[in-house]
Design a protein around this ligand. Sequence first.
Ligand SMILES: [Zn+2]
Length: 258
Amino acid sequence: MKFQRSLFVVLFVLIFALSACAPAATEEHTSAPHWTYEGEEGPAHWGDLDASYSACGTGENQSPIDVSAPTDEDLSNIAFYYQPSEVNILNNGHTVQVNYDSGSYIELDGVRYDVAQFHFHAPSEHSVDGKLFAAEIHIVHKSADGALAVVGILLEEGAQNASYAPFTDNLPAEQSEASDAGVQINAADMLPAEQTTYRYSGSLTTPPCSEGVNWLLMTTPVQVSAEQLHALESLFEGGNNRPVQPLNDRTLVEDNTP
Ligand SMILES: [Zn+2]
């Protein structure tokens, strides 16, 4: 009897110790410091959360921005070499992302940037003349020497968009590891028909807010249905968009030639 009781105590202490350890163990697996879109770990405080996030607070070339009064220029067009990809999709707690199959890329001023992934923000991160859009897609590209280029697509409410359905129909509601949804998507079909862009030098819009990112924001929004927007909007309560940042000394250019 006495033995049984002490065994029970040992078991109880073990279970208690394990449950107390669980959050710490989870924390250790997260390499980057925690951040959110509101409150004490929200965008206004990102720069103070960790030394590696300092650009979020002190950077002069941050994204997103409000697009207004761009300088018109006849720039060389972006050449798109996009192919279909498996929808290898995950919810990382900040967005839902599709890790894109290798082989798709853009060419910009003679440099090849390979598609790494795309993800969304709702509402949009960039605004145009002070107005946010319902959502924004970011197609993230990387060159061989590590330079980043992001193609931004503004989404507004309209007709159902079949090109987006493989993404909006397969959004993991909870934080998840990447898994194959068993369908394909073609980023080429997610672009607007007219492929002129606003261009500026900016940053990642999430910590660590690293600068030197080539931003290519499509001037023409793309329509998706109210249901498709709702699927995006309902994932992250309160939104997953960073507020617009000052343009400072940067030049915002609009490529006015299709
Ligand atoms: Zn983004």
